[in-house]
Design a protein around this ligand. Sequence first.
Ligand SMILES: CC(C)(COP(=O)(O)OP(=O)(O)OC[C@H]1O[C@@H](n2cnc3c(N)ncnc32)[C@H](O)[C@@H]1OP(=O)(O)O)[C@@H](O)C(=O)NCCC(=O)NCCS
Length: 152
Amino acid sequence: MIRKVRLEDLEEIMNIERESFPVPWEYSIFFNICIASGKSSLRESRCIFMDVIEKESSIIGYAVWEINSRKREGHILNLAIKSTERKKGQGRLLLSHILNHLRVNNVRACRLEVREHNLPARQLYESSGFKESSKVPSYYFDEDAIIYTLHL
Ligand SMILES: CC(C)(COP(=O)(O)OP(=O)(O)OC[C@H]1O[C@@H](n2cnc3c(N)ncnc32)[C@H](O)[C@@H]1OP(=O)(O)O)[C@@H](O)C(=O)NCCC(=O)NCCS
């Protein structure tokens, strides 16, 4: 089941975040999105969304994305699946969910950054139609970023 994030999900989310990324997001970032019930408005027509995948009362993945409604652009900011639940189609499910949400909200294009050597993620995005548009040297300090774009 994919649903909006709740405050009580935070501990499980942080466990997945820490096992998934060399430089995990801080607790406070997730906390602020959670207390806004997974939809947090920013300045200049921008809004952040966060949903989780729940399976048998546990969180097994989550995604955070942004919509700039003035520019009609989407930006995937975070997407992770619990290590024991990977390679079962959950990442693709969550990505499709985000892309559907963008389409419903009249978004024209979606972009994201990924570590150059993150092959599982790059495979997921490429097999979902994302095209590599550029490379940003040292974006992650210790690694370059590949920028992907998908026209919706
Ligand atoms: C990237 C990630 C979200 C994929 O989630 P997942 O649930 O394992 O992915 P799925 O099972 O839905 O697989 C979808 C596609 O991704 C690719 N993929 C997933 N795992 C892969 C692996 N280990 N090696 C190569 N390709 C892989 C394949 O193209 C796969 O399609 P296929 O099953 O038809 O071959 C997951 O590996 C993860 O959470 N990684 C750590 C966090 C991360 O890197 N997030 C992305 C940040 S940009």
